[in-house]
Design a protein around this ligand. Structure first.
Ligand SMILES: CCCCCCCCCCCCCCCCCCCCCCC/C=C/C(=O)SCCNC(=O)CCNC(=O)[C@H](O)C(C)(C)COP(=O)(O)OP(=O)(O)OC[C@H]1O[C@@H](n2cnc3c(N)ncnc32)[C@H](O)[C@@H]1OP(=O)(O)O
Ligand SMILES: Cc1cc2nc3c(=O)[nH]c(=O)nc-3n(C[C@H](O)[C@H](O)[C@H](O)COP(=O)(O)OP(=O)(O)OC[C@H]3O[C@@H](n4cnc5c(N)ncnc54)[C@H](O)[C@@H]3O)c2cc1C
Length: 627
């Protein structure tokens, strides 16, 4: 991606900081920038692209989308509307709609969530009733809770959307299916008859994504608007079910994988800002006869920040590994082979939650590590947090996804106990779960995390079985044990994150120069040691760690912080974010944070005049006792 070319577009970068625009102006400015930006960077994801090219494109989209502090109203067009056409459309539908979507002749979004339902897809209430007489579907929102609510770009930007609606034929429900629906006139952009559209209001973040609501009043669409790759409705109303009803959930799996890469990127941005600021900020005087040190030399500051560098690397390595699995399973699905879909779903249900939980917490820690200036919107840390924390919720709320992963883990464990072979990323569950003595090597610690996962999964299965033996229904037993089901999923996800990071780095180590290999493997060591200390309770319980071992781990951790310190600034510079993309007074490459803070302060509309008009209107009479 030629960032220089993109960033040189006149008007792309904001003269007036977005913070001082109205809600409406922020949206209008973001549309202006998105159009400018798309014209230059009009790129398409071609089916023949290699995995690497596709992943780069995703990264390119992510990086380029970073230029919008609060993201673009086009975001859903690229990240869900197009992927749904690709994944759910017949060849003919793909041919027609992909051309229009890629050329931006139409702008789309993905409308699944409703006011009353987000998590529970099978509870969605928007109706698509087939009328065989006219060969049309009648879309209807029967109650307020059935209004689509949240889709990005839906309010004023998109003129088409994928609507996930409950299909009815002759009064019988056939589940949730995707429908291509035009919602606005292509010339006037007015909402079409029987369609109510609007914006859902100001949010913690994403305030330029134009999240909207959509209600239908018996709105008719032709039969060919149902995306029919996975299930069909024939002209006479015959329903032809797909091989697996969950294939309609395919776009969500794609985005969950995309989110893992996006968390790598978001965290890299935040730690670049915080670490560069920590290199120029001097504060306090621990040694009376020496100048104030860089705050980066405080070990507590290193503890706050270095794990964020390592975590961004870990998420990136896991994301690249997961993309390979995603594309491989997608090819298998295309030939009707479904066996590896459950594992992909379970992996995405672990790595999306863990990457968003960790990234959200670490981005906030980056903000806090910058003291007062981290609290400035011009630092762009609060907005980065707002974007990251949204991913905790969207594309599958984290608790719900961890419980989905637990379903797969419980099934795998019960099968294993009955003698069924385990495969893929769950094969380790068949391993030895007793740790005779603590092994503090990187591989030894990773093995301990696998033992923790085995022990947590096996113990929560025992709890489930005991509840059911006591007479509880499976559903009640599941709910009762759900806190420890999510803990078991987290333990599995942690073991995957650690082992994939290590193995992917080992694969790459051979081609790295010795100095670079040394630094990157120090990050792996830091990541593994950090999490062993974070999860020391689990290590004590399941991995035979002793207090002496913990003492050694703590000393190793401190030494690793010291070893990484000389390369810390180089490591964030290597993320290679241009100042315009960091968009931060604290993180600019030249380190002129104070000057930039002042420059941005002077852009405040309040600084246009020395005395604000409220002095004479309110303050002066008030202070003179005249109010
Ligand atoms: C080129 C440059 C252009 C520049 C243009 C200008 C600007 C730049 C803009 C560019 C941006 C590009 C990208 C930016 C990157 C940002 C990162 C991405 C951001 C994307 C934003 C997204 C915004 C948000 C969107 C949404 O939130 S969409 C809605 C999401 N909703 C959900 O996820 C709902 C969650 N709920 C569920 O998934 C389901 O309800 C459930 C799984 C929880 C339960 O389902 P269900 O009830 O049906 O199932 P059961 O529990 O009964 O049974 C479960 C069994 O089913 C299997 N299962 C479940 N799900 C799946 C699945 N998905 N796949 C396979 N199998 C599945 C389970 O395994 C169970 O099986 P079992 O019975 O055998 O155990
Ligand atoms: C910034 C943002 C952008 C979004 N963009 C889109 C979009 O473009 N298109 C779209 O369709 N949607 C979008 N969404 C909606 C998003 O997909 C939903 O918010 C998400 O799926 C969560 O569903 P919910 O809001 O109904 O939360 P709920 O499911 O109501 O969650 C509330 C609480 O209930 C708990 N809970 C729910 N079910 C269970 C269960 N079975 N077991 C245990 N606990 C449970 C959850 O863990 C959570 O703590 C967006 C949301 C956000 C925040």
């Amino acid at each position: 991606m030629d960032e220089q070319k993109v960033l040189s577009i006149k008007g792309l970068l904001d003269d007036t900081p977005e913070e001082y625009l109205s809600h409406k102006e922020k949206y209008e400015n973001s549309i202006r920038k998105s159009v400018l930006f798309y014209k230059t960077l009009h790129s398409t994801e071609d089916e023949n692209m290699s995995v690497d090219e596709k992943t780069k494109l995703n990264f390119r989209n992510i990086v380029t989308s970073a230029i919008f502090k609060d993201n673009s109203p086009f975001m859903l067009h690229n990240s869900m509307f197009i992927p749904t056409i690709m994944g759910q459309g017949t060849d003919e539908q793909r041919e027609y709609w992909m051309k229009r979507a890629k050329n931006m002749e139409i702008i789309g979004t993905y409308a699944q969530t409703e006011l009353g339902h987000g998590t529970f897809i099978r509870g969605l209430e928007t109706q698509a009733t087939y009328d065989p007489d006219t060969e049309e579907f009648v879309l209807h929102s029967p109650v307020l809770s059935s209004y689509k609510w949240w889709p990005g770009g839906l309010a004023h930007t998109a003129n088409y959307c994928i609507v996930m609606a409950r299909l009815y034929i002759k009064g019988k429900s056939h589940g949730i299916h995707p429908f291509m629906v035009q919602i606005r006139d292509e010339e006037t952009h007015m909402p079409l008859p029987g369609i109510k559209l609007g914006e859902i209001g100001a949010k913690l973040g994403f305030n330029t994504v134009n999240n909207g609501f959509l209600g239908f009043e018996n709105h008719r669409i032709s039969r060919d608007r149902m995306l029919m790759k996975n299930a069909q409705v024939l002209k006479d109303g015959t329903f032809v079910a797909g091989s697996n009803s969950k294939l309609t959930y395919g776009t969500m799996v794609y985005v969950r994988v995309l989110i893992v890469s996006n968390m790598a990127n978001m965290l890299a941005k935040a730690v670049t800002i915080a670490l560069r600021y920590s290199a120029i900020r001097r504060q306090s005087q621990p040694k009376p006869d020496e100048p104030e040190p860089q705050i980066l030399d405080y070990v507590t500051q290193q503890h706050k920040l270095f794990i964020a560098i390592a975590s961004s690397h870990a998420f990136y390595m896991n994301a690249m590994w997961l993309w390979e699995i995603y594309y491989s399973v997608s090819l298998q699905l295309a030939s009707g082979k479904l066996d590896n879909l459950p594992e992909l779903h379970a992996l995405a249900c672990c790595l999306k939650p863990l990457s968003t939980i960790d990234a959200t917490a670490m981005i906030e820690k980056c903000r806090l590590a910058c003291g007062g200036h981290g609290y400035m919107l011009s630092a762009n840390l609060a907005q980065t947090y707002g974007l990251a924390t949204a991913a905790y919720t969207y594309e599958g709320e984290n608790t719900v996804l961890l419980l989905q992963a637990a379903r797969s883990l419980v099934k795998a464990w019960v099968g294993h106990v009955k003698g069924r072979p385990l495969k893929g990323t769950m094969a380790y569950l068949a391993g030895d779960s007793t740790v005779k003595a603590w092994d503090g090597s990187i591989d030894g610690i990773i093995q301990s995390f696998k033992v923790v996962a085995i022990r947590k999964i096996s113990s929560v299965v025992k709890i489930l079985q005991d509840y059911e033996k006591s007479g509880l229904s499976p559903e009640d037993a599941w709910n009762k044990a759900s806190v420890f089901l999510t803990a078991a999923s987290e333990a599995h996800g942690r073991a995957v994150l650690l082992s994939v990071y290590k193995s992917e780095m080992d694969k790459r180590a051979a081609v790295l120069s010795p100095p670079l290999r040394k630094v990157l493997l120090q990050l792996v060591d830091l990541y593994v040691t950090y999490w062993a200390l974070e999860k020391v309770g689990d290590m004590l319980l399941y991995a035979s760690i002793t207090d002496k071992d913990v003492d050694e781990l703590q000393r190793r951790y401190i030494e690793l912080l010291a070893a990484i310190r000389p390369n810390a600034v180089g490591l964030v510079d290597a993320f290679d974010f241009r100042d315009e993309i960091l968009n931060s007074t604290l993180g600019a490459y030249d380190g002129r944070a104070y000057e930039r803070l002042m420059e941005e302060a002077m852009k405040s509309p309040l600084n246009a005049e020395p005395v604000n008009q409220t002095f004479h209107k309110y303050l002066k009479p008030f202070m003179r006792g005249k109010l």
